[in-house]
Design a protein. Structure first.
Length: 290
């Protein structure tokens, strides 16, 4: 159910015409907040929020239905190189994963003949699920927050891999205790790119670990370590599953927590946590012939 305040209700009941604009709030995975409007001027709300003219944003119609339904909104963002985020053009920023895991909130603002804000109404809220990139346009598929109810049942399954997630309550491992801080010494742009730090851990130790940038333009962004290699002289290279929105630079700092492949061997040898292992590695797979 949508509710309006007394001021907006009175305005809608009495006004013969009104100006309507969309207000978009995008919260990125690193906590950054972007606010855009499809108005031809910036919109200032009484609560202090400012929505600026930025990319050209169009969308599908919003559906309101009774009952529980996971709705989806297609949002198209078109922009040239003048629309930037921390110095990077918006569309390349989105293509590099800058909007992955972002949340989107759509509000509709109502203005009177004097361009005074009379109120706003929430139309849609959800999380960015899929992204399609064109040359100067990005299409975001935003799914409503009800998608979080799509959980696999039953909760616990018989499987070879551990049911825990590393560092969750059942696992019990302190993520900070298995993390280390590094400073980037060099960057190779031939893959993703890969970065080089000083570390003595053997190759593969940081595989599947989470790398969090702690300084630079990527601060707060997280990526999974795909390949960790150790070279002579404690030179360590890190390659990531996906590139960061901005190319890491020498001097940027990062924190990496060790990864786990959810096998009993790694659980015991790497973390000494076999008593909390929740997999069933000896359960035959369905294809086993008896």
């Amino acid at each position: 159910m949508k509710t309006t305040g007394p001021v907006l209700t009175a305005f809608l009941n009495s006004a013969r015409q009104a100006a309507l604009f969309d207000l978009w709030t995008f919260t990125l995975s690193n906590g950054s907040v972007l606010r855009y409007t499809d108005s031809d001027v910036d919109v200032w709300l009484p609560d202090g929020r400012v929505f600026t003219r930025g990319p050209i944003i169009t969308r599908d119609r919003v559906r309101w239905v009774r009952g529980i339904e996971v709705d989806q909104l297609s949002v198209r963002m078109a922009a040239d190189s003048t629309v930037t985020i921390n110095g990077t053009a918006l569309i390349p920023f989105i293509a590099a994963g800058g909007f992955d895991g972002a949340t989107a909130v759509l509000d509709r603002v109502y203005l009177d003949d004097a361009n005074m804000v009379k109120g706003w109404l929430n139309f849609f809220a959800g999380q960015v699920a899929d992204i399609d990139i064109a040359r100067m346009e990005a299409t975001l598929k935003v799914k409503s927050q009800l998608v979080q109810l799509n959980q696999a049942m039953p909760r616990n399954l018989y499987q070879a891999a551990c049911l825990n997630d590393l560092s969750d309550a059942n696992c019990g491992i302190n993520r900070l205790a298995i993390s280390s801080d590094f400073t980037i010494n060099a960057v190779a742009t031939w893959f993703n790119p890969s970065v080089y730090v000083t570390d003595a851990q053997p190759s593969g130790h940081w595989d599947l670990g989470i790398c969090t940038m702690t300084s630079g333009p990527n601060a707060g962004q997280e990526r999974t370590v795909q390949i960790h290699l150790l070279f002579p002289g404690n030179v360590c290279s890190l390659q990531f599953a996906r590139p960061f929105p901005f190319t890491p630079q020498v001097g940027d700092t990062l924190r990496i927590s060790a990864g786990c492949n959810k096998t009993p061997g790694i659980c015991n040898a790497k973390f000494g946590n076999l008593l909390r292992f929740r997999g069933q590695p000896y359960v035959p797979v369905p294809e086993t012939v008896t």
